[in-house]
Ligand binder design. Sequence first.
Ligand code: SF4
Ligand code: SF4
Length: 480
Amino acid sequence: MSSQIPVKQIDPNTDGPSDNNKKKPETVDLYASRKKIYVREITGLFQRIRFFSLMALMGMYFVFVWITVDGQPLILFDLPAREFHLFGATFYPQDFFLLAAMLIISAFGLFFITTLFGRVWCGYTCPQTVWTFIFMWVEERIEGSRNKRMKLDKAPNSPEKMARKSAKHGAWLLIALATGITFVGYFYPIRELLADLFTLDANGWAYFWVGFFTVATYLNAGWMREQVCLYMCPYARFQSVMFDRNTRVVSYDPNRGEPRGSRKKSADREELGLGDCIDCGLCVQVCPTGIDIRDGLQYECIGCALCIDACDTVMDKMDYPRGLIRYTTENELEGRPSKLLRPRTFGYGAVLVLMIGAVAFTIATRVPLGLDVIRDRGALFSFNSRGLVENTYTAKIHNMTDSSQEFQVAVSGIDSARLIEGDEPVTVDSGEVRSVPTVVEVDPAELEDINTTISFRVEALENPQLSAETESRFVGPRPR
Ligand code: SF4
Ligand code: SF4
């Protein structure tokens, strides 16, 4: 049995004034099939800002994958080698907590910005927005303006229609393929990947992931568009809990706009008893999610500000002041002052500053050298020909610097402790973990217990600052 509720109908594809207010609520099925949204292209201040922001982000995405610094990739998540190259630094699985901390910083950064300015992330920087913007731009260049696209879709099949549709989908697929290859290039050196892909030498997983990201980009940005924001993105659902009466979001000013109604430019709106909204519907036609901002704050609004530019264009034509739709707060709309700094901005800001400080300190003081010493569990201890007690260990030296280094292992903690194996300098390549068999001898007269703590230290011969230390146990006979 299908549930039914009365709803107010909004048609983003209607030209000219809407008659929403005149319609009585009608009863429709709760399930509604998707209505294609034909977005009208608009220019304006916020679209210029969006254009530069989106182009910069897309440029970084396509360019960073090709950049190398001192022979190291700028960004590469080299999973087989278990190395992560990020802006000149190399991280290893043991640095995973740093990655987790960076993700937490990103999340708090997002919460902080959302509390202040609503969904600016969605409108200006989200990859779904970036790629949808590019796909729409291509669509407009190939199929024409909004009205032409609507006409083309309604028109019967013809060679021209087929040619335009094929060109559009071909261009979309090429962008999606470039996106997919680039994405995989962040995990598989891009130059090798390209060569391997085209000579059919790449590993099967490389083809799979390139195909997966190509199809995902094509479907998300070409076909699903606003559906991803409305139904798939979890952030759209919970971001409203970060909003309050002081959050600056894209809003329509009903005090100024209502009662809405069409009129001639020369008409006196006071005489007509109308507000500034001429009910042209342009703000709805440019909205990529197909909503009417005049209905108030809605979770579908991605904060792209297209409706601000559209309405400002109308206001300019009517010689009315701009800003009928603008970035504002609920308090300001009600004539109350807004506060920028408030408990939740302080809270998110404080966590953000603390986390950034902690991560910066950890990275600044991080020593790119790992030392792990494992005691041989096969033999507790043995006596050598000189009557000294011997313990066997394996020292694992992990060189996390970008160059090969020569290291020296040393022991301390017991005065007579001396390395009789593993005391030779050992060369460890960048990123390599080298196991060094090590034997330590100790005078038994010096042992006061069965177990004594012993320290191992490893130091780079050419750079003594590059050193690491760890403790282990030295096991001997029971003292008499
Ligand atoms: S808010 Fe502005 S763009 Fe929207 S219908 Fe009114 S006048 Fe037109
Ligand atoms: S209502 Fe305005 S800001 Fe919100 S998604 Fe639509 S066009 Fe963008």
